[in-house]
Ligand binder design. Structure first.
Ligand code: ADP
Length: 449
């Protein structure tokens, strides 16, 4: 096994990785910015190194500083968590050049999947169904117009380097296409320094369903079922479930097999998520994330597997602890992302948490790094924590979630807890009847009510 892992992240995910390392008897190194000197992951790690000022570009994204921290502490591996450097192929390469193991796939796989045009071409070749659209980048408005006329409107203009919903614009009709291209291009250039765009058919009412895959690093791979992340605001996931309420066991086996075969054919190592839109019984690939996802705990709940430990095993060359035939899905799990934001306006609300009491009891898990007396810094994302519930059936999970939300206490700052307390009682949510547009529409209705 690995001996000492440096965790190049902060917040709940740093703690999540640290817990797995501790359970495996692996030494832990926390890195932190000056704003995070009191953070939980820093307190609990065996060693810690301050890597810079609050601005993430000078700390959590500062590759030379992180590398220096590896050298000082003699860490033999780095876990990047999610966000920050987790999908940075250059980081993976630099670590490898310094004999430090990157806990994740190869730089080549990160690169391919990080370019959504290349990713789409690659998975299509491996038999994964994709959203109809341009075969590569669109080079001119005229070219886009021709293709869009053939596909039919609405179409979606997307950035090859896209992420977090940025660089994505819908053109409902031909009149709107040129503007959509110009806006998406400008946004992509500003956000990613790469303005390559491609075109997709805009699906009217899909669900977002993603398959968790794991390559063993030895040419084998498994899938761990799907997660339904259709409840989104501004293309950001808010609520995630495993398994999806609308997928049959036969569909699960079929898409899971396609996904794991593709991953095996790539020789992929570690955790990955193949994201699909799902409409009228069909799956359409949109992207692959080459890292652990925020919503991985729902998969852990239904499979009983520790995904971070599996990542550590694969990185150490030990392969996975299970084969496909060992994997069984038990019950239903739901995760709510609780943010430090106003529950109606979504205005960020950093500041001092004066009381904090996470829910507990049977089937309840809270992944969070905050505590009463903790001050949420304004520099990073607004996630306070994730509430995950598990029950034998979806109905049990939902009533457990309602109960757990009611007892959760966060005071001193605004949080999105009240939003979830309403959502968990909405008939469409209770019925599992929602597409990726449901939440935005519901929020609009609430705002105008
Ligand atoms: P990002 O990497 O920026 O998150 P994705 O390609 O994963 O971008 O898409 C994010 C979200 O945008 C999806 O979950 C879905 O809600 C919406 N979306 C993406 N592609 C389409 C499409 N072709 N039709 C309709 N909605 C889409």
């Amino acid at each position: 096994m690995l001996k000492k892992v440096l965790i190049a992240n902060r917040g709940e995910i740093a703690l999540r990785v640290l817990r797995a390392c501790k359970e495996q008897g692996i030494g832990t190194v926390a890195v932190h910015s000056t704003a995070d000197a009191d953070a939980m992951h820093v307190r609990l790690a065996d060693e810690s190194v301050c890597i810079g000022p609050p601005d993430a570009r000078e700390s959590y994204l500062n590759i030379p500083q992180i590398l220096a921290a590896c050298e000082i502490t003699e860490a033999d591996a780095v876990h990047p968590g999610y966000g920050f450097l987790s999908e940075n192929a250059r980081f993976a390469e630099i670590l490898a050049a310094h004999n430090v193991t990157f806990i994740g796939p190869s730089a080549e796989h990160i690169d391919t999947m990080g370019d959504k045009i290349a990713a789409k071409a690659t998975v299509k070749r491996l038999g994964i169904p994709v959203v109809p659209g341009s075969d590569g980048a669109i080079n001119s408005v005229a070219e886009a117009r021709k293709l869009a006329d053939e596909m039919g409107y609405p179409v979606l203009v997307k950035a090859a380097a896209g992420g977090g919903g940025r660089g994505m614009k819908v053109a409902p009709t031909a009149d709107a296409l040129e503007d959509a291209i110009n806006t998406a291009r400008a946004e992509a250039r500003a956000a990613f320094g790469d303005d390559a765009l491609y075109l997709e058919k805009y699906l009217g009412n899909p669900r977002h369903i993603e398959v968790q895959v794991f390559g063993d690093g030895k040419g084998g791979a498994v899938h761990l079922g799907e997660r339904d992340c259709s409840l989104q605001r501004r293309h950001q996931k808010v609520w995630e479930e495993a398994l999806s309420p609308v997928i049959t066991p036969e569909q699960r086996d079929a898409i899971g097999e396609i996904a794991s075969k593709a991953v095996a054919a790539l020789g992929y190592a570690g955790a990955g998520t193949i994201e699909f839109l799902y409409e009228d019984g069909q799956f359409y690939f949109i992207e692959m994330n080459t890292r652990l996802q925020v919503e991985h705990p729902v998969t852990e709940a239904i499979t009983g597997l520790d995904l971070v430990t599996e990542q550590l095993r694969v990185a150490a060359g030990m392969g996975l602890s299970v084969q496909q035939s060992d994997i069984e899905f038990r019950g239903h799990a739901i995760e709510c992302r609780i943010n430090a934001e106003h529950p109606v306006t979504f205005r960020p609300s950093p500041g001092l948490i004066d009381a904090f009491h996470p829910s507990g009891g049977l089937g309840v898990r809270v992944d969070s790094a905050v505590y009463a007396g903790y001050r949420i810094p304004p520099y990073y994302d607004s996630l306070i924590g994730k509430l995950i519930v598990h029950g034998d059936t979806r109905e049990i999970a939902i009533s457990r979630l309602a109960r757990a939300l009611d007892e959760f206490v966060i005071s001193g700052i605004d949080s999105t807890l009240p939003l979830f307390r309403r959502l968990v009682r909405e008939p469409d949510v209770l019925a599992g009847d929602y597409s990726i547009h449901w939440l935005e529409r519901w929020l609009d209705e609430q705002a105008s009510a």
